[in-house]
Design a protein around this ligand. Structure first.
Ligand code: JFZ
Length: 576
């Protein structure tokens, strides 16, 4: 064994340019839990399937007996890699060992692995290591370094006394040796994705970093290694951020509501929703890693695969606007997001909500637009005009593809003032991270709907009575009228505590209404904040120009008042 005591130069993160250019990746959660399909002893479990052993409180010996029959005879690494490549994904990260402790690779450190413990006898990670490069993909491994519900001393198993033991025995005897095996036996490993570090010590995190650096110096390490010693940030599960992030980072997402296969979870996000989420993440400078959960035979659910192929048609047509794209130089617009070419000569406008009047407006844009066209749709040029400081692009009457990408050839450095633009005919959302706050706070509300099915909401919270307020300053290129909607959650104690929302000279009082959220203390499910969209009424912006929208309580707010997720200026539908 080498000297594990040499100080690790953690400032020397490997070259992450390949990561930054990749933008889109496949996450794979696969293990014996897939063979159960989320059912145990005849009971269906709803939520994330890879946690079945914990949720059904299955003794390690009983779960291992099930694992011993795991035989995914329809597994094809080439088919998985081909699907990832067809979808436009650039790397695959697969669970080498999840919390259940079962190794999905041949391991000398523990016989509890797919090659030695099951009739399958093969090493799927070795087969993926061969298939991925053939399809132009990099390969990474997920490894649960603290939680191991099977090994003596592993973390996280609070229900089976048979596996109680000393964490150091598990960490030194299984965790570190298996990470060494993963870093030694599968060729170049692009990244290692650690998860739920729990109480792991900084020394143990560093020990794993050093092990990886020593064997695979180019291998990136995610932030869930713990103790702040990773190379890039993995955001909270299924979290699509509102703000741009610096450095290397990713959002991870399920395709339905589970990571591991659950036979009764058919809640697949559509290809249009997946592309919207991909675009929103890429526009803020991140990677979008989308999960698939193969079943117990090693097949990717057909519904999931079909939707990924649809996504691939879009990513192929719009590759220039995604891969190696730079984050947006513009603020989020009501119609969508923006990315830019690395050389700054092109802007890509991702039209997520197609303007009904067929006119795409960019307000406060500085720089010269030489040409506008629909990306991937040939050379037809779109008409560009300027009016009162706003740039208007005449879109095709029908959206040629959803989402549509408009490519702008630009001269000189493009920039736009960061002030939000409000446009008629579209929903204009005002979000917490961009508000000016007085005597109230920006917070994040995270909760599980089904088990492990995380939802996140940026909110404005802890309002300190009549002196508190949240405000947004915006500009609009023309007069318009809008419904003013609030999207908030409120406890019973806040019920009836009045607020006022004002835009320009208009003031509209409203009563906060209890939204009936479930409190954190409820066993097994806990907090479930219910959000209500409340319509305050129609506001009129009499002319083009700048306005300020402010919301404030008018009375004391002992309960912190409301958790305000969004204020929206929404179109007022007409009969025309
Ligand atoms: C973890 C795992 O427990 C889960 O099974 C899955 O592998 C997921 C990708 O990662 O779950 C988490 C971990 C962290 C957060 C949420 C779920 N978090 O930080 O919000």
């Amino acid at each position: 064994m080498s000297n594990n005591k040499k100080p690790v130069d953690l400032t020397a993160s490997p070259d992450g340019r390949w990561f930054q250019q990749s933008k889109f990746a496949m996450f794979v959660h696969w293990g014996p839990y897939a063979a159960t399909g989320g059912v145990w002893n005849g009971k269906r479990y709803h939520g994330i399937g890879e946690w079945l052993m914990c949720r059904a409180q299955i003794p390690a010996a009983d779960y291992a007996a099930m694992a011993a029959t795991f035989n995914p005879r329809k597994f094809s690494a080439d088919r998985w890699a081909a699907l990832a490549a067809e979808a436009g994904m650039k790397y695959i990260v697969i669970t080498a060992k999840h919390h259940d402790g079962f190794a999905m690779f041949k391991s000398g450190a523990s016989a509890y692995n797919i090659a030695d413990y099951t009739p399958f006898k093969r090493d799927p990670l070795a087969e993926l290591a061969k298939a991925c490069p053939k399809h132009g993909l990099k390969l990474g491994f997920y490894y649960s370094q603290f939680q191991d519900w099977h090994a003596i001393g592993g973390g996280g198993n609070g229900w089976d006394p048979a596996v109680k033991g000393d964490f150091a025995e598990y960490f030194n005897g299984k965790c570190v040796p298996q990470v060494e095996e993963l870093m030694s036996n599968y060729g170049d490993v692009a990244l290692i994705w650690f998860d739920t570090p729990g109480p792991i010590s900084r020394e143990d995190s560093l020990r794993l970093v050093h092990t990886v650096r020593r064997l695979q110096p180019q291998c990136l390490i995610n932030s869930r290694i713990g103790n702040g010693v990773g190379d890039y940030d993995s955001l909270g599960d299924q979290e699509i951020p509102l703000e741009a992030h610096g450095g290397l980072w990713e959002s991870i997402d399920t395709h339905n509501d589970t990571w591991g296969f659950v036979e009764h979870d058919h809640n697949w996000k559509s290809s249009r929703e997946l592309v919207r989420r991909l675009v929103k993440v890429v526009a803020k400078g991140g990677n979008y890693m989308l999960n698939i959960g193969p079943n117990g035979l090693g097949e990717i659910p057909a519904a999931s695969a079909d939707i990924l192929r649809e996504v691939g048609v879009w990513t192929q047509r719009n590759a220039a606007a995604i891969y190696n794209a730079a984050p947006s130089p513009l603020p989020t617009m009501p119609w969508g997001e923006c990315t830019a070419s690395r050389d700054g000569k092109k802007l890509y406008l991702h039209v997520l909500d197609y303007p009904l009047d067929g006119r795409l407006t960019l307000a406060g844009l500085k720089g010269t637009i030489k040409r506008a066209a629909v990306l991937g749709r040939g050379a037809k040029t779109l008409k560009v005009s300027k009016n009162a400081g706003a740039t208007n692009i005449a879109l095709p009457q029908q959206p040629p593809a959803e989402p549509t990408v408009i490519v702008l050839d630009v001269a000189g450095k493009m920039s736009a003032d960061k002030m939000q633009t409000v446009l008629p005919g579209l929903r204009n959302d005002f979000d917490p991270p961009f508000a000016k706050l007085t005597a109230c706070k920006a917070g994040k509300n995270s909760w599980m709907e089904k088990f492990g099915d995380w939802k996140h909401a940026d909110c404005i919270i802890d309002w300190q009575g009549p002196g508190s307020s949240a405000s947004w300053t915006f500009k609009t290129p023309q007069a318009g009228r809008y419904y003013l909607e609030l999207d908030y959650s409120a406890k019973l104690e806040a019920d009836g505590i009045e607020g006022v929302v004002s835009v320009g000279k208009i003031e509209i009082p409203f009563p906060a209404l209890d939204t009936g959220q479930r409190d954190a203390g409820v066993p097994d499910h806990g907090l479930w904040p219910l959000y209500r969209k409340y319509n305050c009424g129609i506001v009129h912006l009499p002319k083009a120009g700048k306005y300020t929208l402010t919301i404030r309580p008018t009375k004391e707010t002992p309960s912190g008042w409301i958790m305000l997720k969004t204020v929206t200026l929404a179109p007022v539908p007409t009969v025309r």
